[in-house]
Write a protein of this length. Structure first.
Length: 206
């Protein structure tokens, strides 16, 4: 049985929002906690949540902290998040390597509508075809979440600054991967600015 870990990236500063967007109320929870709840309900073996060193974690539903996954909900504080998204990502990758994971699913904490089913679609595709990566795609554009095989970990660890994992897809740098196309843009919607948050509230009430 392959071991798979979710890496939930939550170390951003919400500069474009002006307040901590992950703590904004949404549905029965918060922007940041909704996606985490769905990830924890999936069949990922572990979830690593990468947060800022000074994060007070008020955006995480207290009920989730006692999650009963094999090793529970693992919080990792990243002291180098000012160096860009790549450092947060590498913090999670290093944990995955230590735990000898076969694959990771990278998720963003500002995507509250990523469902358990989306995560498991990625996992099922990986288990069936064993590609170097399986990526969600919307209107032909790659979007998180993305699953990466451990074969790609060395390439991910070479990322610098604000480089995200997307930069590796150009020219098949990490091989020919697999894609799952989604038509409902609400599923992969990310909350970045106030107008996005207002739109997310409308999504939950429609």
């Amino acid at each position: 049985m392959r071991k798979m870990m979710g890496i939930y990236l939550a170390a951003g500063y919400s500069r474009r929002m002006g307040v901590n967007k992950l703590a904004l109320p949404l549905k029965h929870s918060t922007v940041g906690s909704l996606g985490l709840e769905n990830a924890l309900s999936s069949r990922l073996d572990d979830i690593i949540v990468v947060v800022r060193k000074e994060d007070d974690l008020d955006w995480i539903d207290p009920a989730l902290r006692g999650n009963t996954k094999k090793n529970g909900l693992n919080l990792v504080r990243c002291g180098t998040e000012n160096h860009g998204q790549a450092e947060s990502l590498k913090t999670g990758i290093k944990q995955a390597i230590q735990l000898q994971m076969d694959a990771i699913v990278i998720m963003l904490a500002d995507q509250p509508f990523v469902t358990k089913e989306i995560i498991e679609d990625l996992i099922n595709q990986y288990e069936r075809f064993d590609p170097p990566f399986v990526a969600a795609r919307l209107q032909g554009i790659i979007q998180p979440p993305v699953l990466f095989s451990s074969r790609v970990f060395p390439s991910l660890l070479k990322l610098e600054g604000d480089q995200g994992a997307k930069s590796l897809f150009a020219n098949h740098q990490i091989g020919q991967g697999s894609f799952i196309d989604f038509k409902d843009d609400r599923l992969l919607f990310d909350v970045d600015q106030i107008k996005d948050y207002e739109k997310a509230i409308k999504y939950t009430s429609s």
